[in-house]
Ligand binder design. Sequence first.
Ligand code: GDP
Length: 296
Amino acid sequence: MAFEGLTNRLQSVFGKLRGKGKVSEEDVNEAMREVRLALLEADVNFKVVKEFIAKVKERAVGLEVMKSFTPGMVIIDIVNKELTELMGGTQSKLAKSNKPPTVILMAGLQGAGKTTSSGKLAKMLLKSNNRPLLVACDIYRPAAIKQLQVLGEQIGVPVFSLGDQTSPVDIARSGLQHAKDNGNDYVIIDTAGRLHIDEALMDELRQIHEATKPDEVLLVVDAMTGQEAVNVAESFHSQLELTGVVLTKLDGDTRGGAALSVKAVTGCPIKFAATGEKIEPLEPFHPERMASRILG
Ligand code: GDP
Protein backbone atom coordinates (compact mmCIF):
# COMPACT_ATOMS: atom_id res chain seq x y z
CA MET A 1 0.00 0.00 0.00
CA ALA A 2 1.27 3.48 -0.93
CA PHE A 3 2.89 5.60 1.78
CA GLU A 4 2.88 2.72 4.24
CA GLY A 5 6.46 3.25 5.35
CA LEU A 6 6.00 6.99 5.77
CA THR A 7 2.73 6.59 7.64
CA ASN A 8 4.23 4.07 10.06
CA ARG A 9 7.25 6.23 10.73
CA LEU A 10 5.20 9.37 11.36
CA GLN A 11 2.79 7.52 13.62
CA SER A 12 5.63 6.31 15.76
CA VAL A 13 7.08 9.84 16.02
CA PHE A 14 3.73 11.32 17.00
CA GLY A 15 2.91 8.43 19.30
CA LYS A 16 5.93 9.36 21.45
CA LEU A 17 4.82 13.00 21.64
CA ARG A 18 1.23 12.10 22.37
CA GLY A 19 2.24 10.10 25.38
CA LYS A 20 3.70 13.17 27.03
CA GLY A 21 1.76 15.72 29.04
CA LYS A 22 4.30 18.38 28.33
CA VAL A 23 7.10 18.45 25.82
CA SER A 24 10.45 20.18 25.95
CA GLU A 25 12.08 22.00 23.10
CA GLU A 26 14.43 19.05 22.80
CA ASP A 27 11.41 16.71 22.38
CA VAL A 28 10.17 18.84 19.48
CA ASN A 29 13.61 18.99 17.90
CA GLU A 30 13.96 15.23 18.25
CA ALA A 31 10.53 14.70 16.66
CA MET A 32 11.45 17.00 13.79
CA ARG A 33 14.69 15.11 13.20
CA GLU A 34 12.68 11.92 12.92
CA VAL A 35 10.07 13.50 10.61
CA ARG A 36 12.93 14.74 8.44
CA LEU A 37 14.40 11.24 8.18
CA ALA A 38 10.99 9.72 7.48
CA LEU A 39 10.42 12.17 4.60
CA LEU A 40 13.87 11.57 3.14
CA GLU A 41 13.29 7.82 3.33
CA ALA A 42 9.98 8.33 1.53
CA ASP A 43 12.09 9.83 -1.27
CA VAL A 44 10.93 13.40 -0.83
CA ASN A 45 13.27 15.93 -2.45
CA PHE A 46 15.86 17.05 0.14
CA LYS A 47 15.29 20.77 -0.44
CA VAL A 48 11.58 20.26 -0.01
CA VAL A 49 12.22 18.40 3.25
CA LYS A 50 14.45 21.17 4.56
CA GLU A 51 11.90 23.89 3.87
CA PHE A 52 9.10 21.75 5.23
CA ILE A 53 10.83 21.14 8.56
CA ALA A 54 11.71 24.84 8.85
CA LYS A 55 8.06 25.81 8.33
CA VAL A 56 6.73 23.28 10.82
CA LYS A 57 9.25 24.43 13.44
CA GLU A 58 8.37 28.05 12.83
CA ARG A 59 4.69 27.35 13.33
CA ALA A 60 5.33 25.16 16.35
CA VAL A 61 7.29 27.90 18.08
CA GLY A 62 4.66 30.49 17.19
CA LEU A 63 1.93 28.32 18.64
CA GLU A 64 3.87 27.67 21.81
CA VAL A 65 3.42 23.96 21.51
CA MET A 66 5.46 23.46 24.62
CA LYS A 67 2.85 25.14 26.81
CA SER A 68 -0.03 23.24 25.29
CA PHE A 69 -1.74 20.47 27.26
CA THR A 70 -1.85 18.31 24.15
CA PRO A 71 1.45 19.09 22.44
CA GLY A 72 1.37 15.92 20.35
CA MET A 73 -1.98 16.85 18.83
CA VAL A 74 -0.81 20.38 18.10
CA ILE A 75 2.26 19.12 16.26
CA ILE A 76 0.23 16.61 14.24
CA ASP A 77 -2.14 19.37 13.26
CA ILE A 78 0.74 21.59 12.13
CA VAL A 79 2.32 18.76 10.12
CA ASN A 80 -1.06 17.98 8.56
CA LYS A 81 -1.55 21.60 7.48
CA GLU A 82 1.97 21.89 6.10
CA LEU A 83 1.68 18.60 4.20
CA THR A 84 -1.55 19.89 2.65
CA GLU A 85 0.15 23.16 1.66
CA LEU A 86 3.07 21.24 0.23
CA MET A 87 0.76 19.41 -2.15
CA GLY A 88 -0.93 22.58 -3.33
CA GLY A 89 -3.31 23.47 -0.50
CA THR A 90 -6.61 23.16 -2.28
CA GLN A 91 -7.84 20.99 -5.08
CA SER A 92 -6.83 22.28 -8.49
CA LYS A 93 -9.64 21.90 -10.98
CA LEU A 94 -9.58 20.93 -14.64
CA ALA A 95 -9.72 23.97 -16.92
CA LYS A 96 -12.82 24.55 -18.98
CA SER A 97 -12.73 26.67 -22.09
CA ASN A 98 -15.51 29.21 -22.49
CA LYS A 99 -15.21 28.49 -26.19
CA PRO A 100 -15.64 24.70 -26.44
CA PRO A 101 -14.13 22.30 -27.05
CA THR A 102 -11.73 22.32 -24.12
CA VAL A 103 -8.47 20.82 -25.37
CA ILE A 104 -6.40 18.63 -23.07
CA LEU A 105 -2.93 17.56 -24.15
CA MET A 106 -1.62 14.46 -22.39
CA ALA A 107 2.16 14.15 -22.21
CA GLY A 108 4.60 11.87 -20.47
CA LEU A 109 7.18 9.14 -20.80
CA GLN A 110 6.26 5.77 -22.22
CA GLY A 111 4.68 3.50 -19.66
CA ALA A 112 3.74 6.31 -17.27
CA GLY A 113 0.06 5.57 -17.90
CA LYS A 114 -0.85 8.21 -20.48
CA THR A 115 -3.24 6.11 -22.53
CA THR A 116 -4.88 4.56 -19.47
CA SER A 117 -5.25 7.98 -17.83
CA SER A 118 -6.68 9.47 -21.04
CA GLY A 119 -9.36 6.78 -20.89
CA LYS A 120 -10.01 7.42 -17.20
CA LEU A 121 -10.26 11.15 -17.84
CA ALA A 122 -12.72 10.55 -20.68
CA LYS A 123 -14.77 8.32 -18.39
CA MET A 124 -14.80 10.99 -15.69
CA LEU A 125 -16.01 13.60 -18.19
CA LEU A 126 -18.61 11.23 -19.57
CA LYS A 127 -19.91 10.64 -16.06
CA SER A 128 -20.50 14.37 -15.65
CA ASN A 129 -22.53 14.44 -18.88
CA ASN A 130 -19.87 15.75 -21.22
CA ARG A 131 -19.07 14.51 -24.72
CA PRO A 132 -15.33 13.85 -24.83
CA LEU A 133 -13.38 12.81 -27.91
CA LEU A 134 -10.13 10.88 -27.65
CA VAL A 135 -7.50 11.63 -30.29
CA ALA A 136 -4.85 9.01 -31.07
CA CYS A 137 -1.56 10.81 -31.72
CA ASP A 138 0.84 8.07 -30.64
CA ILE A 139 1.81 6.71 -34.05
CA TYR A 140 5.11 5.17 -32.94
CA ARG A 141 4.36 2.60 -30.27
CA PRO A 142 3.00 -0.51 -31.95
CA ALA A 143 -0.63 -1.07 -30.95
CA ALA A 144 -0.98 2.29 -29.17
CA ILE A 145 -3.80 3.35 -31.50
CA LYS A 146 -5.51 -0.01 -31.11
CA GLN A 147 -5.18 0.24 -27.31
CA LEU A 148 -6.95 3.59 -27.34
CA GLN A 149 -9.64 2.33 -29.72
CA VAL A 150 -10.37 -0.71 -27.58
CA LEU A 151 -10.48 1.49 -24.51
CA GLY A 152 -12.80 3.99 -26.20
CA GLU A 153 -15.16 1.22 -27.23
CA GLN A 154 -15.16 -0.20 -23.73
CA ILE A 155 -16.23 3.10 -22.15
CA GLY A 156 -18.36 4.39 -25.04
CA VAL A 157 -16.18 7.35 -26.05
CA PRO A 158 -15.34 8.01 -29.73
CA VAL A 159 -11.69 7.78 -30.77
CA PHE A 160 -10.35 9.88 -33.63
CA SER A 161 -7.49 8.32 -35.55
CA LEU A 162 -5.84 8.75 -38.93
CA GLY A 163 -3.71 5.62 -38.59
CA ASP A 164 0.05 5.69 -38.15
CA GLN A 165 1.05 7.20 -41.48
CA THR A 166 -0.10 10.77 -40.80
CA SER A 167 1.93 13.17 -38.69
CA PRO A 168 0.73 13.56 -35.09
CA VAL A 169 0.41 17.31 -35.62
CA ASP A 170 -2.00 16.78 -38.51
CA ILE A 171 -3.93 14.15 -36.54
CA ALA A 172 -4.29 16.56 -33.61
CA ARG A 173 -5.43 19.39 -35.88
CA SER A 174 -7.95 17.18 -37.70
CA GLY A 175 -9.13 15.70 -34.41
CA LEU A 176 -9.89 19.15 -33.08
CA GLN A 177 -11.86 19.99 -36.22
CA HIS A 178 -13.71 16.69 -35.93
CA ALA A 179 -14.70 17.59 -32.36
CA LYS A 180 -16.00 20.98 -33.48
CA ASP A 181 -17.99 19.37 -36.30
CA ASN A 182 -19.47 16.73 -34.00
CA GLY A 183 -20.23 18.75 -30.91
CA ASN A 184 -17.62 17.19 -28.63
CA ASP A 185 -16.97 19.53 -25.72
CA TYR A 186 -13.64 18.00 -24.60
CA VAL A 187 -10.77 16.80 -26.74
CA ILE A 188 -8.20 14.56 -25.07
CA ILE A 189 -5.03 14.21 -27.13
CA ASP A 190 -3.03 11.09 -26.30
CA THR A 191 0.53 11.70 -27.46
CA ALA A 192 3.58 9.50 -27.90
CA GLY A 193 5.97 8.89 -25.04
CA ARG A 194 9.61 7.89 -25.24
CA LEU A 195 11.74 5.99 -22.80
CA HIS A 196 13.71 9.17 -22.19
CA ILE A 197 13.00 12.83 -22.68
CA ASP A 198 14.49 13.80 -26.02
CA GLU A 199 14.41 16.66 -28.49
CA ALA A 200 12.20 14.83 -30.97
CA LEU A 201 9.54 14.18 -28.32
CA MET A 202 9.58 17.78 -27.11
CA ASP A 203 9.56 19.15 -30.64
CA GLU A 204 6.54 17.12 -31.56
CA LEU A 205 4.71 18.14 -28.39
CA ARG A 206 5.49 21.80 -29.02
CA GLN A 207 4.12 21.50 -32.55
CA ILE A 208 0.93 19.81 -31.36
CA HIS A 209 0.65 22.54 -28.71
CA GLU A 210 1.04 25.23 -31.36
CA ALA A 211 -1.56 23.60 -33.62
CA THR A 212 -4.23 22.97 -30.96
CA LYS A 213 -3.62 25.67 -28.29
CA PRO A 214 -4.61 23.38 -25.42
CA ASP A 215 -6.39 24.65 -22.31
CA GLU A 216 -4.65 21.99 -20.25
CA VAL A 217 -1.28 20.35 -20.67
CA LEU A 218 -1.28 17.43 -18.27
CA LEU A 219 1.92 15.56 -17.56
CA VAL A 220 1.32 11.95 -16.63
CA VAL A 221 3.94 10.68 -14.18
CA ASP A 222 4.39 7.35 -12.49
CA ALA A 223 4.40 7.81 -8.71
CA MET A 224 6.34 4.58 -8.32
CA THR A 225 9.41 6.21 -9.88
CA GLY A 226 9.74 8.64 -6.95
CA GLN A 227 12.29 11.41 -7.43
CA GLU A 228 12.68 10.43 -11.07
CA ALA A 229 9.03 11.46 -11.59
CA VAL A 230 9.87 14.88 -10.15
CA ASN A 231 12.92 15.21 -12.43
CA VAL A 232 10.77 14.29 -15.43
CA ALA A 233 8.18 16.88 -14.43
CA GLU A 234 10.87 19.52 -14.06
CA SER A 235 12.32 18.88 -17.53
CA PHE A 236 8.94 18.78 -19.23
CA HIS A 237 7.88 21.95 -17.48
CA SER A 238 11.02 23.77 -18.59
CA GLN A 239 10.26 23.00 -22.23
CA LEU A 240 6.50 22.93 -22.38
CA GLU A 241 4.36 24.92 -20.05
CA LEU A 242 2.48 22.32 -18.05
CA THR A 243 -0.79 23.19 -16.36
CA GLY A 244 -1.03 20.13 -14.17
CA VAL A 245 0.15 16.65 -13.28
CA VAL A 246 -1.63 13.31 -13.28
CA LEU A 247 0.04 11.07 -10.72
CA THR A 248 -0.48 7.42 -11.64
CA LYS A 249 0.03 4.08 -9.91
CA LEU A 250 -0.77 5.41 -6.46
CA ASP A 251 -2.16 1.93 -5.80
CA GLY A 252 1.38 0.54 -5.90
CA ASP A 253 3.76 0.61 -2.96
CA THR A 254 5.08 4.06 -3.79
CA ARG A 255 7.01 5.66 -0.97
CA GLY A 256 5.25 8.93 -1.71
CA GLY A 257 8.17 11.16 -2.64
CA ALA A 258 6.67 12.20 -5.98
CA ALA A 259 3.31 13.17 -4.52
CA LEU A 260 5.01 15.23 -1.85
CA SER A 261 7.61 16.96 -4.02
CA VAL A 262 6.22 17.58 -7.46
CA LYS A 263 4.21 20.72 -6.67
CA ALA A 264 6.96 22.29 -4.58
CA VAL A 265 9.67 21.61 -7.15
CA THR A 266 7.81 22.49 -10.35
CA GLY A 267 5.05 24.80 -9.14
CA CYS A 268 2.69 22.59 -11.12
CA PRO A 269 -0.31 21.26 -9.20
CA ILE A 270 -1.27 17.59 -9.11
CA LYS A 271 -4.74 17.68 -10.61
CA PHE A 272 -5.53 13.97 -10.64
CA ALA A 273 -4.51 10.80 -8.90
CA ALA A 274 -4.81 7.50 -10.72
CA THR A 275 -5.04 4.03 -9.28
CA GLY A 276 -5.46 0.65 -10.92
CA GLU A 277 -5.32 -0.69 -14.44
CA LYS A 278 -9.08 -0.77 -14.87
CA ILE A 279 -10.70 2.18 -16.60
CA GLU A 280 -12.53 3.85 -13.75
CA PRO A 281 -13.26 7.60 -13.70
CA LEU A 282 -10.10 9.59 -12.88
CA GLU A 283 -10.13 10.95 -9.33
CA PRO A 284 -9.43 14.63 -8.64
CA PHE A 285 -6.44 15.02 -6.32
CA HIS A 286 -7.31 16.45 -2.91
CA PRO A 287 -4.19 17.65 -1.04
CA GLU A 288 -5.95 17.69 2.33
CA ARG A 289 -7.27 14.15 1.97
CA MET A 290 -3.87 12.91 0.85
CA ALA A 291 -2.22 14.58 3.86
CA SER A 292 -4.67 12.88 6.23
CA ARG A 293 -4.11 9.57 4.51
CA ILE A 294 -0.34 9.91 4.89
CA LEU A 295 -0.68 10.71 8.57
CA GLY A 296 -2.83 7.58 8.93
P1 GDP B 1 1.57 4.98 -21.69
O1 GDP B 1 2.70 4.35 -22.42
O2 GDP B 1 2.02 6.17 -20.89
O3 GDP B 1 0.39 5.30 -22.55
O4 GDP B 1 1.12 3.94 -20.57
P2 GDP B 1 -0.16 2.96 -20.51
O5 GDP B 1 -1.39 3.73 -20.29
O6 GDP B 1 -0.12 2.02 -21.68
O7 GDP B 1 0.17 2.19 -19.17
C1 GDP B 1 1.35 1.41 -18.98
C2 GDP B 1 1.05 0.27 -18.00
O8 GDP B 1 0.74 0.80 -16.72
C3 GDP B 1 -0.18 -0.56 -18.39
O9 GDP B 1 0.08 -1.90 -18.07
C4 GDP B 1 -1.29 0.01 -17.52
O10 GDP B 1 -2.30 -0.94 -17.27
C5 GDP B 1 -0.53 0.36 -16.27
N1 GDP B 1 -1.16 1.48 -15.51
C6 GDP B 1 -1.53 2.70 -15.97
N2 GDP B 1 -2.02 3.46 -14.98
C7 GDP B 1 -1.97 2.71 -13.85
C8 GDP B 1 -2.34 2.93 -12.46
O11 GDP B 1 -2.81 4.00 -12.04
N3 GDP B 1 -2.12 1.89 -11.60
C9 GDP B 1 -1.58 0.70 -12.02
N4 GDP B 1 -1.39 -0.24 -11.10
N5 GDP B 1 -1.23 0.46 -13.28
C10 GDP B 1 -1.42 1.45 -14.20
